[in-house]
Design a protein around this ligand. Structure first.
Ligand code: GTP
Ligand code: MG
Length: 194
């Protein structure tokens, strides 16, 4: 398992379209614009595999990447983008609910949080409803290159306190300088082994 050979499979808007081969899946979730696609590109050492948004909130589909011919990374549409209508929010929720209900092979959720903002109400809501069936979460505090060392410490401690999780389940990450990416790769490989 090297997390090196990645192929974009497709963008899916309906549950009926999803691949049915039963591969284990690692889910990437987070608010719009937190850097989910940039994280996927970094993990896989690819510049432009996952589309990095010029306009935030554009990823509306479930984007599937096949990794090493044995698992999928699934890039969920971002949530909590203010300009999105109520109707679009409902459509988002509906798609995610169906996906989670349908997919028995989710091995873990990589939940990306913007380190400059810390946990938001939207983030906590997402944790609550994905967490029930799939408790294996790992938190990535993204864009850490924008913070001073003191700010990094503060957001790490605050997130740890509020999530009440193991210190090993949170990592500071930057897609710009690559900080944290090796820990994230290790965690994903561990999730896939279980
Ligand atoms: N400074 C800095 N900018 C980042 C980092 N990661 C992402 N960005 C920038 O943040 C913006 C959003 O990045 P994306 O990776 O597209 O975020 P996303 O979560 O996939 O966005 P949606 O798909 O729209 O939900 C882009 O302009 C990126 O260049 C990072 O680690 N550091
Ligand atoms: Mg994206």
């Amino acid at each position: 398992m090297e997390l090196s050979n990645a192929v974009f499979i497709g963008s899916f808007y309906q549950i009926e379209q999803l691949p049915l081969d039963g591969f284990p899946q690692i889910v990437f979730a987070g608010r719009s614009n937190v850097g989910k696609s940039s994280l996927i590109n970094r993990i896989l050492n690819r510049k432009n595999l996952a589309h990095v948004a010029k306009t935030p909130g554009k990823t509306r589909a479930l984007n599937f990447y096949e990794i090493d011919r044995r698992c999928y990374f699934v890039d969920l549409p971002g949530y909590g983008f203010a300009r999105v209508s109520k109707q679009e929010q409902l459509a988002w929720r509906n798609l995610i609910d169906l996906y989670i209900e349908h997919t028995k092979t989710i091995k873990g959720v990589i939940h990306v949080i913007d380190s400059r903002r810390g946990l938001t109400a939207d983030d906590l809501e997402l944790i609550n409803y994905i967490r029930a069936p799939y408790s294996r979460f790992f938190w990535v505090l993204s864009k850490s290159d924008k913070l001073s060392n003191q700010e990094k410490k503060n957001v790490y401690t605050d997130t740890l306190d509020r999530l009440n999780c193991s210190p090993k389940d949170i990592v500071l990450f930057s897609a710009v300088d690559g900080a944290g990416v090796n820990d994230i790769r290790k965690k994903i490989i561990e999730m896939l082994r279980k």
